[in-house]
Design a binder for this molecule. Structure first.
Ligand SMILES: Cc1ncc(COP(=O)(O)O)c(C=O)c1O
Length: 470
């Protein structure tokens, strides 16, 4: 590792082992790009029937583009594969009122995990009965709104919250449908998972040590709570079912303990989200058609083992629904060649966005890929790093990618798999306005979120003459 830390360049090996030098840097790996993305004969990318040059002219850069056809195709595949399961789209991946309406039209339910997400869902007219409320520190205001509107389930995360919801239910004279969030000691990521006997983190009730069972019993004995079941979320970017298997075993053991204690069975098990997508050509996520039967088999097998009925099942995919539909478009501002010693060099390509619109590389070391979007190039590809405009050397968007050697000022860099956890996690770092999100379909553009302006930001600054507070 570099002496200055892991986010700095490691000069000993400029390209990671997984990154192959492409014979054609213009080629699009279909597993990375949204369904309607193609490279036109002219060389430019086309998304949703629109050329990237026209998109950039009309929307500007940086910008996030959601391919509507990709969204619907994925929704249909997940619904088909997980037939009989309830699917809650995880709004944290990306949520606007229009996305909430698409989710509604698709017949999916919606997982929200903050007052903000709940507000967007309700503003979209989303049926509260199909909303699940998450969060380890839901505010009283948030819970009140959820209860008043009649949300379908509140996923309880602490004993304090059980008391709070019970008190509010009493005040409103209602019975509130709840689940408890169980933490199983399983943390899963891509093909790996760790399974410990403890869970040293902020979410939920641990299955080990009996805490989750105590929480279940507490809800069961409350006349104001309708205990639906147990929720377990084990991680993100998960590519296979191994981690889910351990988590399911531990969760269903809890079902059995509950049944032994009460003589009754809880009905619902939610396995959470975390189903991975491909960000680079090296990524190999399982598709829903493989995941669904494997997960069902695991649940059936484990339920039989414990002598309990197979529960009703639900999942909460976010990234797997919206992630691959999104493409980020940036414009190149400067290009710098950095000599790495020997015959090695790296091209630093600075674009007009960065960690303020996509924090994932800096936050998690997330890898991405990219191509030249506005044109094709016959120039040999060079090892490049796409970086942002922010005042941080860790402000990296695509750490390692081979881009045509003539990539230059004014070119458009397109980053696939950008629909989830990028714009939704965006900040105003360095007073940078957040980019817009548009959807494209059949040659038409619709704005989901408009571009933030400098004026928008100044209006929050009460020292500014034109502040909203004036
Ligand atoms: C409880 C819960 N459900 C669902 C999700 C969605 O995860 P993903 O978008 O990776 O499917 C998350 C993500 O953090 C989560 O915490």
């Amino acid at each position: 590792m570099h002496v200055a830390g892991s986010i700095h360049a490691d000069v000993a090996s400029p390209a990671p082992v997984w990154l192959e030098k492409p014979s054609d840097a213009n080629a699009l790996d279909p597993k990375l790009w949204s369904i309607s993305t193609t490279r036109a004969d002219s060389g430019e990318l086309r998304i949703g029937g629109l050329g990237v040059n026209e998109l950039v002219e009309r929307v500007g850069t940086p910008a996030y583009v959601i391919d509507e056809a990709d969204f619907w195709e994925r929704v249909e595949r997940w619904k088909g594969a997980f037939d009989g399961w309830q699917i809650y789209y995880a709004g944290k991946a990306f949520l606007t009122t229009k996305i909430a309406r698409w989710i509604d039209k698709a017949g999916l339910s919606l997982d929200v995990c903050s007052l903000g997400e709940l507000t967007v869902a309700l503003a979209a007219g989303f049926d509260p009965a199909r909303i699940g409320m998450h969060g380890n520190n839901k505010t009283e205001q948030e819970l009140r709104i959820g209860i008043e509107k009649g949300v379908g389930r509140i996923i309880l995360d602490s004993f304090d919250e059980i008391e709070r919801v019970e008190r509010l239910a009493q005040e409103y004279g209602v019975v509130v449908p709840v689940m408890i969030r169980a933490t199983t000691g399983v943390e899963a990521h891509t093909h790996e998972y760790i399974a410990t006997a403890h869970d040293d983190q902020k979410f939920g009730f641990a299955t080990t040590g009996g805490t989750a069972l105590v929480a279940l019993m507490r809800c069961y004995h409350s006349p104001r709570l309708n205990l639906l079941g147990v929720h377990s979320h084990i991680g993100s970017q998960i590519y296979d079912t191994d981690g889910f298997e351990v988590a399911a075993r531990r969760t269903l053991k809890l079902f059995k303990q509950f049944q032994d204690a009460t003589g009754e069975q809880i009905t619902t098990l939610d396995l959470g989200g975390g189903f991975g997508i491909a960000y680079t050509s090296a990524d190999t996520p399982a598709d829903p058609e493989t995941l669904a039967p494997a997960l069902r088999d695991i649940i059936i097998h484990e339920s039989r083992g414990y002598g309990i009925d197979v529960p009703e099942l639900s999942i909460e995919p976010g990234r797997a629904i919206i992630g691959s539909a999104g493409t980020a478009l940036y414009q190149v501002g400067t290009v710098k060649e950095v000599d790495l010693g020997g015959s090695e060099s790296r091209t630093y390509i600075s674009v007009d966005g960065g960690m303020s619109d996509n924090i994932r590389p800096a936050l998690y070391g997330a890898e991405y890929s990219a191509v030249l979007g506005n044109r094709a190039s016959g120039v040999a590809p060079k090892l490049s790093r796409v970086v942002g405009l922010h005042c941080e050397s860790g402000d990296i968007l695509v750490r390692d990618v081979f881009l045509p050697g003539d990539t230059g000022i004014g070119d458009i860099i397109a980053v696939p798999a950008s629909g989830a956890y990028s714009r939704s996690m965006a900040s105003n770092y360095n007073h940078t306005p957040r980019p817009p999100v548009v959807s494209v379909a059949d040659g038409k553009i619709e704005t989901l979120l408009r571009r933030e302006t400098l004026e928008d930001m100044l209006r929050l600054d009460v020292g500014y003459e034109g502040s909203a507070d004036e």
